[in-house]
Design a protein around this ligand. Structure first.
Ligand code: NAD
Length: 503
């Protein structure tokens, strides 16, 4: 498999600052590939500290007018954004597929789930309602209001280049903040595309900015005194470091990390339904989802029929260029990542696992492809079990009892998603009580919450207190204020040096 670098014809991907495209001046850039061909399609500018500062200053300048914009006008604008995004969602899906590699139908699914967060934000007048207590004390009313933080920033991963930024910018802006996005340098174009759409919808200049780049841009945001809050989604080591740096410089931070999601299959489960779910959730988006199932925990005598059923389904998964509507699974994002994922299959027999299906066989010559792999007899000390592989490699771990299965999940350092497959309602209910993870699926393999709940994991899958989107995002992107007010009759005014008490 070869990779052709064709930099002179590659499209330049600049920043978006103050409502327009701004070419980077740092002299640093990174290659962007079409993973289906392996050829370089773009060169993305890498921001300097000064360019990050320019984006923050544009956001800061826009903030006073934006926070004063009425809730009615903000809602109206979000309805326009929703309509435009909905009308042009297929175009965005294509931009996304060309740089990420996921198949078009999946890219459209990603855009649609992001769009649901935008739709939720159309209700911002209701979401920002405070509370009011009349006559809390005699002649005194108390009420609460929520106000935006100012300039807030988002740092996002490659695997959902449209949806994850929407999780952040939509509620942040709806709440009255101005936003600076630092998308993944591997697939930056969807962010630029969205910036242009927001401008077309009428979002004022400076409310949404994009700085392209690497660690230099991230550090500049983390250290910038005018950035009030950081939302981060990415791998656990970076999430931990981002959280520590951001909070050390006094910022509010939510940093979502990696995952190792288990799917437990109890002996009474419908084997065909469980196998369908394992294949869909293990190999969808080539396993590059933070909610992908990567370990199937087979309890008791369901193991062999389940492994057989998964093996039968794998050859039917159509792997190919994401732009081809008949493809079901596309390539991985880069050649390095593809090779890293393949190394887990290579090393599996040496660790004692059984390679049931070897996805390194029969891959096309061009592009960063890897076919689905299935490993059996995976045990908790193996690297294939411990590491987040983030590719189309599904492992099966066999255990004897439900208790052992739950123990495996609870001992994992991650706690993002988890699923159980069973026909026993009592077992499922016990599982939701026992299990240590933020998002639980009962006969649902990828339990990404709908937009009016919030998304987030436990343990090393989330650093910080508040989850993203839904009600918790409103809390994250605003500060509370409580007002105690009296409109006294001047005739009853008097001096009282005592501590205020309710009367
Ligand atoms: P990543 O951690 O490599 O990068 C995420 C972002 O951080 C990118 O914008 C990148 O430019 C930046 N970055 C990378 N290294 C950095 C460093 N040393 N210092 C500062 N910034 C740095 O993650 P990725 O490979 O783009 O995405 C895949 C990871 O994201 C997986 O671990 C996946 O589980 C995780 N993820 C988690 C969720 C979730 O909701 N928990 C959602 C999607 C992805």
């Amino acid at each position: 498999m070869t990779e052709t670098v064709d930099a002179p014809t590659a499209t330049r991907i600049p920043h978006w600052i103050g409502g327009r495209r701004v070419d980077g001046g740092s002299g640093r850039s990174g290659p962007v590939y079409n993973p289906a061909t392996g050829r370089q399609s773009g060169a993305v500018d890498f921001a300097s500290v000064e360019e990050v500062d320019a984006a923050v200053q544009a956001a800061r300048a826009a903030f006073p007018a934006w926070r004063a914009t009425s809730l009615a006008k903000r809602a109206e604008l979000f309805f326009r954004i929703r309509e435009l995004l909905h009308a042009r969602r297929e175009e965005l899906a294509e931009v996304l597929t060309r740089e990420h590699g996921k198949v078009l139908s999946d890219a459209l699914g990603e855009v649609t789930r992001g769009l649901e967060v935008v739709e939720h934000c159309c209700g911002i007048p209701t979401l920002l309602k405070g509370e009011h207590s009349e006559q809390a004390s005699t002649g005194i009313d108390v009420y609460s209001i929520r106000q935006p933080l100012g300039v807030v920033a988002g740092i996002t991963p490659f695997n959902f280049p449209a949806m994850v930024p929407m999780w952040m910018w939509a509620p942040a802006i709806a709440c009255g903040n101005c936003f600076v996005l630092k998308p993944s340098e591997k697939d930056p174009s969807p962010s630029l595309w969205v910036a242009e759409l927001l401008a077309e919808a009428g979002l004022p200049e400076g409310v949404f900015n994009v700085v392209m780049g690497d660690r230099v841009a991230v550090d500049a945001l983390l250290e910038h005194p005018d950035v009030a809050a950081i939302s981060f989604v990415g791998s656990t080591p970076v999430a931990r470091a981002v959280y520590e740096k951001a909070t050390a410089s006094g910022k509010r931070c939510q940093a979502l990390g990696g995952a190792k999601n288990h799917m437990i299959v109890l002996p009474d489960a419908d084997v065909d339904a469980a196998a369908d779910a394992a294949v869909s959730a293990g190999y969808g988006s080539a396993g590059e989802r933070c909610m992908a199932v990567s370990v199937v925990v087979a309890v008791g005598d369901v193991a062999q029929p389940l492994v057989d059923a998964i093996r039968e389904r794998i050859p039917k998964v159509k792997v190919g260029d994401g732009m081809d509507p008949s493809s079901e699974m596309g390539p991985l994002v880069t050649r390095e990542h593809r090779d890293r994922v393949a190394s887990y299959v290579e090393n599996a027999p040496g660790e004692g696992a059984t390679v049931v299906v070897d996805g390194r066989e029969g891959v096309p010559d061009e592009g960063f492809f890897l076919n689905p792999s299935l490993l059996d007899d995976v045990t908790p000390e193996m690297k294939a079990y411990v590491d987040e592989i983030f590719g189309p490699v599904l492992g099966v771990t066999r255990v004897a009892t439900y208790e052992e299965a739950v123990q495996l999940v609870n001992e994992s350092p991650y706690g993002n998603g988890v699923a159980i497959f069973t026909r026993d309602g009592g077992a499922a209910r016990q599982f939701q009580f026992d299990v240590q993870a933020g998002m639980v699926g009962i006969n649902v393999p990828i339990p990404v919450p709908v937009a009016y709940y919030s998304f987030g994991g436990w343990k090393s899958s989330l650093f910080g207190d508040l989850h993203v989107y839904g009600p918790e995002a409103i809390g994250f992107y605003t500060r509370g204020k409580v007002v105690t007010s009296r409109w006294p009759d001047p005739a009853t005014s008097k001096i009282d040096l005592g501590f205020p008490q309710t009367r």
